[in-house]
Design a protein around this ligand. Structure first.
Ligand code: SAH
Ligand code: SF4
Ligand code: F3S
Length: 426
């Protein structure tokens, strides 16, 4: 039997799909090159915003026609959406045969042996130990260091679908990193919803970074997502400054620049605290690049409170910001807040946020012109076969002229031009 998997959502899901590949291959299933060749189509889904769910439902409704020609064709929903509404998805006539939650992937071969099935467990402490992920195309490896989240930000579905926070044993993480390096991947990203609270025996997050860097001498670039501003310690800032393998970039979601909104988001920090962390990072690592996540139109957000977020964006000048329109998620605390804002206001604020960030990103990218940067060449450029593209240490996309022989290598190049999203190098 051949299968094909489509992955949506965050890097966590990318890493989970690689575990699913490993489980299915081990059980004798074969990965198909395209959906046309597949007997089983799996969707690894995201629930973070309504839009993410609607997109996958749209994809499923486009693919279910295959069952007419191939009666044995099966559709499987994995991931956060399965965890959230797996039973409902099966009950409705959507063409979905199986739904399997985020901690039940080991059971996949057993479930697929049945006609149909739902596998959801809300009390699992699964860490997927002793499974070797099957890396997909990309030259950058994601290594999960913890699963779940305990923060319960009031807008967020993640703790409801991913369960409680648990850290993976050090040796498992080390093994995954060594395996990725052995497969020729040079850029490693450690993953967790809140990596700063990694804790395994006596190892805290800064020690984890130090130990991996020492124990994998061939690794050249190490990164991590996501950091929570409330837990970003001085020890981590020092480790970033001292450890040459750690890339000069941090993704530090702000969400809002207004203290009242941050409080109602249950973020547990003030804007002043956040800014203090940014200043500590910038003074220890002067050329660090900063990216963030922002939410426009949180319930009850006034125009003045929204403008505090715009002011924060101007003050901090992020290299890039992922801007989201607030999406109400059933079962979260904020879904019960009475002052849900009209869609038109949320959209209008989102657009203003995006416009402002585009200006700032262009400025930050243009500031790189004339500098020499190290590019990890990952692929041909999308626009031309005589150009290659990759990432700088500070997480910017860069293109330069070159051929296939450069792919997988580090190249130092000079930035000669920039758009709001790409450095053009020579
Ligand atoms: N663990 C990470 C984020 C995971 S979700 C962290 O704490 O930063 C990624 C981003 O999606 C969040 O940072 C937030 O900006 C956004 N997000 C989460 N829930 C949302 C919602 N209900 N509506 C809009 N954006 C949301
Ligand atoms: Fe969601 Fe907050 Fe946990 Fe991030 S830290 S996953 S935003 S609850
Ligand atoms: Fe990630 Fe989406 Fe789940 S952001 S953890 S795939 S809800």
């Amino acid at each position: 039997m051949k299968y094909y998997i489509e992955t949506y959502g965050c890097q966590m899901n990318v890493a989970d799909s690689e575990l699913v590949l490993s489980i299915l291959n081990e059980a004798g299933y074969i990965q198909a090159d395209s959906i046309d060749d597949a007997d089983i189509l799996l969707f690894n889904t995201c629930s973070v915003r309504d839009h993410a769910e609607q997109r996958v439902l749209g994809r499923i409704s486009n693919e279910r026609h295959r069952k007419k020609d191939k009666p044995h064709f099966k559709i499987v929903v994995l991931g956060c959406m399965a965890q959230r509404i797996g039973q409902r998805l099966i009950n409705e006539d959507l063409g979905i045969d199986y739904t399997v939650g985020v901690d039940q992937y080991r059971a996949l071969p057993h479930i697929l042996a049945r006609e149909t099935g739902v596998a959801l467990d809300f009390n699992s402490q699964e860490l997927y130990e002793e499974l070797l992920p099957v890396h997909q195309g990309s030259r950058c490896a994601y290594v999960t260091i913890m699963r779940g989240c305990n923060n319960f930000c009031s807008y967020c579905i993640v703790p409801h679908v991913r369960g409680r926070e648990r850290s993976r044993p050090y040796l498992d993480i080390l093994h995954d990193v060594q395996n990725a390096i052995g497969n020729g991947m040079m850029d490693i990203t450690l993953l967790g919803q809140n990596v700063n609270s990694y804790h395994y025996r006596d190892i805290e997050f800064p020690q984890l970074l130090k130990r991996i860097s020492q124990d994998v001498p061939d690794m050249l670039r190490l990164r991590f997502v996501t950091s929570h501003p409330k837990d970003l310690s001085d020890a981590l800032v020092m480790e970033m400054a001292d450890n040459p393998k750690l890339c000069e970039h941090i993704h530090l979601p702000l969400q809002s620049g207004n203290d009242e909104i941050l409080h109602r988001m249950n973020r547990n920090y003030s804007y002043k605290h956040y800014l203090d962390r940014i200043l500590a990072l910038r003074s220890a690592i002067p050329d660090i690049s900063l990216t963030t996540d922002l939410i426009a139109g949180f319930p009850g957000e006034s125009e003045a409170q929204f403008e505090d977020t715009l002011a924060a964006m101007r003050e901090i000048e992020y290299d890039y910001a992922f801007c989201f329109k607030y999406s109400s998620r059933e079962g979260t605390e904020a879904a019960g807040f009475i002052e849900q804002l009209p869609e038109a206001i949320r959209l209008e604020r989102l657009q203003r946020m995006i416009d402002l960030q585009r200006e700032i990103t262009l400025k930050k990218f243009r500031e790189q012109i004339g500098k020499r940067v190290e590019v990890y060449v990952e692929d041909f450029s999308k626009k031309s076969k005589s150009m290659v593209s990759g990432k700088t240490r500070d997480y910017k996309i860069a293109v330069l002229s070159g051929d296939g022989s450069m792919i997988g290598k580090l190249k130092t190049a000079e930035v000669i031009d920039a758009t709001a999203g790409t450095l053009i190098c020579r």
